[in-house]
Ligand binder design. Structure first.
Ligand code: GLN
Length: 559
């Protein structure tokens, strides 16, 4: 259809947060793709941070990283896992980023002396940002963060309200996600919160076309009729968004409720009939594993599911080709000591140390890595987890007592992980320089970087090719000054940047599966295309477990 023909779906949320707006938007994308349409997705976040890069993951959840190095909201992870959309900097805008752009223009004198105001200048900027992603796709799905009624999301809502007049009625659709709670004492589903939320939305000029009603049971015709009457939509535009065991069921539930049919009817587009076989197979496979493994994630956590969303998903994906359910046990590394480690990791088939920042809990992670190395338990170190593996190996195998990352100990005699002062940056295509005094912001290696693999390695066996590209988000690097000494002691460097200066993967030879990577492979894992390192890690854990059979009851495997 191309630029001119792009149509826009705006997804808002009401009543309360955490109803799954991101998953709903991603599922709409999946359904439209299954009908042969090309889609992209965008998230507009009402907070003032320019991006979530500086936000505490415990407050905001995971920071998702795109190929082009944008640090984004975790919903972009859902969008990429559910669709084939290629996302980047333009797919996530915050109030902070919008105002920053407008203020930059104002300082430059672009407004020619005019008074710069929320309407029209901020709203125009928002509309421009929406149009930015519409090139070459049939449908743009835009999710508005926050809940209807919040003061801070008003400029975004005003912009999308105006958008329908600009783009034409048939080219714009509003979907509103609300809650229809079941009240046990009354034995009834309650529609009032939905009525109020839609009333609020209409008071700012947006009449939703479709309502997604989050609830724990299918809505009857009567309830749908009541909601339709009070909210001024047609009955077949009231869709049950029923709770599901596995998030990948959401597109199937929506389809069953007629959502994609209604969307194409309202947007007046002709498409092929949807092909959802691969989603059905996926859900079947998730629910019918033959085996089960238990993986310990050793990190520091408060809110586990939100902080490591992509990681949890990638582990689950890695289980699929192995017909294996992946049960996770989260172990706070601060609680691990040399004395209790074996007991804490008893019954575990694989140890994973994920990414992280700062020194809290570092020694516990090093102890866990040592335990995995010495007891031949499969080990997967991601970013900080790779750095931990290098430090542990340096200290306990290569005889470098007190080895550390300079992030943790500035005065270590063996800074095996350090701030590299000069390197060739494949994202920027220039030589980059920095030192310990450089600012924290903007000095991370972010986004996709190429990596060359060494044949006859675990990494090569997983990927089956020599050249790979994976996404990064870190500041510290392997210190090449210690490379030959570590290699002589038995550390294999199996992945390296094309210019040869950045060590990207390390592994051990006389161990069934011990690998650390400087990048974050979890960002590129898809349910239909599990990331190779996760697939192989789970396979090694399965072998370690002796192919433990899954029980008859299927526990919840994904969140
Ligand atoms: N803190 C480490 C660094 O900055 C690791 C970062 C991470 O795990 N994402 O290099």
């Amino acid at each position: 259809m191309g630029e001119k023909g792009a149509k826009f779906i705006f997804v808002t949320g009401g009543v309360l947060s955490s109803l799954g707006k991101g998953l709903a938007s991603a599922s709409v994308g999946a359904l439209l793709e299954s009908r042969g349409l090309t889609v992209t997705l965008q998230k507009l976040d009402p907070y003032i941070n320019v991006d979530p890069g500086t936000m505490n993951p415990f407050q905001h959840g995971e920071v998702f990283v795109t190929d082009d190095g944008a640090e984004t909201d975790l919903d972009l992870g859902h969008y990429e896992r559910f669709t084939h959309a290629h996302l980047g900097h333009n797919n996530n805008f915050t109030t902070g980023k919008i105002y920053h752009q407008v203020i930059t223009k104002e300082r430059r004198g672009d407004y020619l002396g005019g008074t710069v105001q929320v309407i029209p200048h901020i709203t125009d900027e928002i509309k421009n940002c929406i149009r930015l992603v519409s090139k070459g796709v049939d449908i743009v799905i835009v999710e508005i963060g926050g809940t209807i009624g919040d003061i801070e999301s008003l400029p975004f809502l005003e912009a999308i309200r105006q958008f329908r007049a600009d783009a034409g009625k048939e080219n714009v659709l509003y979907i509103h996600l609300t809650l229809v709670p079941y009240i046990g004492t009354a034995g009834e589903l309650k529609t009032k919160p939905t009525q109020h939320s839609v009333k609020e939305l209409r008071s700012i000029g947006i009449q939703p076309d479709i309502l997604l009603c989050r609830t724990d049971r299918y809505l009857s015709k009567e309830i749908k009729g009541k909601i339709a009457l009070f909210c001024n939509v047609s009955t077949d535009a009231v869709i049950t968004a029923k709770d599901v065991e596995c998030i990948y069921e959401v597109p199937l539930v929506f389809h069953k409720e007629g959502l994609d049919n209604k969307i194409i009817e309202l947007l007046n587009i002709w498409t092929r009939t949807p092909r959802l076989e691969e989603w059905e197979t996926l859900c079947h496979d998730v629910c019918h594993p033959a085996y089960v493994v238990k993986i310990a994630i050793v990190g520091k956590y408060v809110d586990l599911t939100e902080s490591y969303k992509s990681l949890n998903e990638a582990l689950m994906h890695g289980g699929l080709p192995n017909k294996c359910r992946v049960n996770l046990t989260f172990i706070d590394s601060e609680s691990i000591t040399t004395d209790n480690c074996a007991q804490k990791l008893a019954g575990v088939d694989g140890v994973l140390v994920p990414g992280g920042f700062g020194s809290r809990g570092i020694e516990g992670k090093i102890i866990a890595a040592r335990h995995a190395r010495e007891n031949k338990v499969p080990y997967f170190g991601i970013c900080l987890g790779m750095q931990i593996a290098v430090v542990e190996f340096a200290r306990n195998v290569a005889g470098m007592q007190g080895a550390n990352s300079s992030e943790i100990d500035e005065n270590t005699p063996f800074p095996v992980i350090y701030l590299m002062t000069e390197w060739y940056d494949e994202q920027a295509k220039t030589i980059q320089r920095r030192d310990e005094r450089s600012a924290k912001g903007g000095t991370m290696r972010l986004g996709a970087y190429p990596c060359r693999l060494v044949p006859d390695s675990l990494a090569f066996a997983a990927y089956g090719k020599m050249e790979i590209s994976e996404r990064h988000r870190h500041r510290y690097e392997f210190n090449n000054q210690f490379r030959s000494r570590l290699e002589a002691a038995g550390l294999t460097i199996s992945g390296i940047s094309p210019k040869g200066d950045l060590v990207e993967i390390v592994e051990l030879k006389d161990h069934p599966w011990y690998l650390g990577c400087q990048f974050h492979p979890e960002f590129k894992s898809r349910p239909m295309e599990p990331q190779p390192l996760f697939r192989e890690f789970i396979k090694a854990a399965l072998v370690y477990s002796g192919f433990r059979k899954a029980g008859a009851t299927v526990e919840k495997t994904c969140q």
